[in-house]
Design a protein around this ligand. Structure first.
Ligand code: TRP
Length: 354
């Protein structure tokens, strides 16, 4: 296989063709990353990571811990190291299977940082200045408005483009960065030819945004000062059940999905995703029962769903050697795949090959 076709096939190149056989349709490639900024919440799980697991069956998937991105905000070194390992173990505990997907830690694959430089040189200052996340973070961390915070989207573009993905599942807050990546592709391919595949945002079929249990108008967030507002996916069952019992609802009594019932809508959405039951079915199941019963049911369903994740996580964290084997294997494979794109880019922009 020559370099050109290899690059087109992207991750793994599993596509096999024997002479005379009709070419099989290329399996599409998915890539996404998550920052190691703490134990994931039920919101991260339902909105993203649960789907990452499901998508492994249908696509070639690459998932990574975006530790380089976390450096744009000052970190306590020991804490960052710990969180990166935990985040990696959590991905595996949530069902990301290193035998099916490429799973790795961003900083272990130096091609990311390297392509990021080349893409920075192809990123417009004006476009970077318009990124709302940059403006927000610069305002929130006024004492540390560093260049990395500014060029963050170029690193994210490198993460993506190295693996030539078709789809990138991202939350609303990262949409603008994906658009930025797409602009780079257009600009770069326009100058140098067909180097990068144009990535698209991936919108999950059953999209679900999980809201705070204490203020259902706000997104569930692990940085919420009130721990009752979010469920950590490692919370113990009794903690989960208690948090749901205290969830803010409204002064009515009927379990139904309706405008103005943000709290109940949120609980119904969570329950629906966790149990696979439709909203209609849930309304019927809880007709005539009060909020108390419903909250208790949601709490125990979530606790049961998260139990094996918590147990697997604890098991994985006890075997650091095994975890290290997994992330080393992921990094090795990721380096090999991303090196193809990087080599092509370097040649195109005129760097002398060593
Ligand atoms: N910036 C993303 C976030 O903070 C994480 C991320 C880094 C990412 N690189 C990526 C997501 C590439 C998707 C694709 O959530």
């Amino acid at each position: 296989m020559n370099e050109e076709t290899r690059n087109k096939n992207g991750i793994g190149n599993e596509q096999k063709k024997s002479p005379g056989e009709k070419p099989a349709e290329r399996k599409k490639i998915i890539l996404s990353g998550i920052q190691p900024t703490g134990i994931f919440t039920l919101g991260n799980y339902i909105g993203a990571i649960r789907n990452w697991g499901v998508m492994q069956e249908e696509y070639h998937c690459a998932y990574f811990i975006a530790d380089l991105h976390s450096l744009t905000v000052r970190q306590e070194p020991a804490a960052l190291r710990k969180q990166s390992l935990e985040a990696f173990a959590l991905l595996l505990a949530c069902g990301i299977d290193p035998d099916k997907s490429l799973v790795f830690i961003q900083s272990h694959v130096h091609n990311h940082a390297e392509l990021s430089w080349i893409l920075s040189c192809n990123s417009s200052f004006g476009a970077l200045s318009r990124m709302t996340q940059f403006k927000d973070k610069a305002a929130r961390h006024a004492d540390n408005v560093n260049a990395g915070l500014f060029t963050y989207p170029a690193l994210m573009a490198a993460d993506i483009l190295l693996y030539q993905p078709d789809y990138v599942p991202v939350g609303e807050d990262q949409r603008q960065h994906l658009e930025f990546t797409r602009d780079i592709v257009e600009h770069f391919n326009g100058i140098y030819g067909n180097v990068f595949r144009m990535p698209e945002a991936y919108i999950p079929k059953a999209g679900a945004r999980v809201m705070s249990l204490q203020d259902p108008a706000k997104k569930m967030s692990k940085s919420d000062p009130n721990p009752n507002a979010y469920i950590s996916i490692l919370d113990e069952p009794n903690v989960i059940i208690n948090k749901f019992r205290r969830a803010v609802t409204d002064s009515e009594t009927e379990v139904c999905f309706r405008e103005g019932k943000d709290g109940i809508n949120n609980l119904m959405t969570i329950y629906s995703v966790i149990t696979g039951r439709s909203l209609d079915q849930i309304e019927r199941d809880f007709a005539g029962k009060g909020y108390g019963d419903f909250k208790a049911e949601v709490g125990s369903a979530v606790a049961e769903k998260l139990r094996p994740i918590r147990e697997d996580f604890a098991r994985f964290m006890q075997d650091k050697e095994w975890l290290a084997q997994q992330y080393r294997r992921g990094a090795e494979k990721a380096a090999e795949i991303s090196a193809r794109t990087l080599a092509k880019v370097k040649k195109k922009v005129g760097l002398l090959m060593p």
